[in-house]
Each structure stands twice: as structure tokens, then as C-alpha cells.
Design a protein around this ligand. Sequence first.
Ligand SMILES: Nc1ncnc2c1ncn2[C@@H]1O[C@H](COP(=O)(O)OP(=O)(O)O)[C@@H](O)[C@H]1O
Ligand SMILES: [Mg+2]
Length: 248
Amino acid sequence: MLEIKHMNVYAADKKIIDDLSLTMKDGEIHAIMGPNGVGKSTICKAILKCPGYEIKQGTIFYDKQDLQKLSTTDISRLGIFYISQTPTAIEGVTNAEMLRLALSARTNEKIDIFTFTKKCNEICTKIGLPTSFLHRAINDGMSGGERKKNELLHLWLLEPKCIILDEIDSGLDVDALKTVASSIAEYYEEKKPSILIITHHTQILDIIKPDFVHILSSGKIVKTGTAQLAYQVEKEGFQNQLEDKGIK
Ligand SMILES: Nc1ncnc2c1ncn2[C@@H]1O[C@H](COP(=O)(O)OP(=O)(O)O)[C@@H](O)[C@H]1O
Ligand SMILES: [Mg+2]
């Protein structure tokens, strides 16, 4: 279970997240929606302990562990996995090199190269990624769609228990969006992780179906509902939802 309580997050001395509380139980899917610049990505970065984002108040616990006391590496070892809005390219390090080390760190086992390659090849086939991508530098020179598929390779291999998706639909064409979202939905059916999904659009929520939808405004959750709320937002816009709560 991921439990955020009364969290304030600052970046460059500016308060971005204000008294945010969110509890996501194992196996639950939560969506966060909100206009640009309200702090959606900042929530993800605070959970992952990204440098430059300071939690001045509040707590984040996952599986009874205080995430603020852990390094990003240890947070990842707990099984929390993040796909950022713009996955970073790392020149000079191949997917295969990084993933073999990451898998050993995640499982505390030495992974033999044959088992590793077999597993990677199976995943590539499953997600429609050429196996040559295993030997390419991480996300380097890849298109937006290829980067997201490359992140799926990492996801299926590392088998996280809690997945944070920051606008994975941005920059994807309709077909790529369907492929990426369907793969995550398939992973959900197999492994039942918890998923925090940040999006502006309902297309992805038609495939990865949320149990709860939260509307974020000025760093605060101002409304929580079921999947229905996302469709209402799409029809009426965010402003209507906020005015409805007396927020302008
Ligand atoms: N590292 C940072 N330094 C200064 N301001 C930041 C930083 N990160 C985010 N912000 C500001 O915080 C606000 C929220 O940003 P962000 O979380 O990226 O919004 P969203 O993901 O909802 O579009 C924006 O005004 C943004 O400019
Ligand atoms: Mg963002």
C-alpha cells in the first residue's frame, strides 16, 4: 500500500504540492487528472525522491517503509516503477547491460545470461519491440513511441508491484497508445500491481480502468470520484469541476 499523508512539496523554494493525501491499496488503479502546471509530475518526483524536490511536511509510506528515508535505488528495489513523461536517454549504456544489473538488484540473485536473454526476447516479442533494441543505448535515438515501448520492456522484466505512469499517452499516436496501454492492462491482469496513472485523456482510461479518479488543482486534490468523473471532465472541462467546488 502507498500512503501519502498531508504532503507539501517545494521546488526552487516554491510550494508546488499543498497538503496532499492519497492512499492507494495493493491492486488499486488511481488516476490523477488536472490542467498543465498544477503539480502532477511533482507528485511522482516526490515519491521517487527526485533531486530538487523537497518534502517539507507530511509522509510517504510504501509497504510500511518510510520512503523519505530511502534512496531512489532502494525505493525502486521495493518494487516501485516510474515511467516519466519524457523517459531519459542514457548514452553509452545498453538496455541489456542496465536491465541485467537491475534484475539482479531487484531479485537479489545472479541472473545467468541465457535465462536473461531468453526472457528479454520473449518480452520483446510480446510487446512488439525488435530484439535489436536490447543492445541499443537506453532510449537513445528512439522516437517517443519507441521510448514508451522500451520502458514496457523494463516493466515486464523487473515485475514491479506499484507502477507510476506520468502521461505515458503524451506524444503517442492512437495505435501506439493502444499497444502501450493494452500491454500495461495485460500486466495488471497477470500481476495485479497498484497503478497511479496521470493523464489528461480518457482514451487510456478506457483500457487501464481506474478505481478512483482525483482532480488536482494548485497542488491539492480538490475532487475524487470513480471513472465516471474522468468522462465528466472530458465532456465539461476541468474548470467546470473546479467551479462546482467553488474553486476559480
Ligand atoms: N524543479 C522545478 N523548479 C522550479 N519550478 C518547478 C520545478 N518543477 C516543477 N516546477 C513548477 O511547479 C509547477 C508544477 O509543475 P509539474 O508538476 O510539472 O506540473 P504538471 O505535471 O501538472 O504539468 C509548475 O509551475 C512548474 O513550473
Ligand atoms: Mg507533468
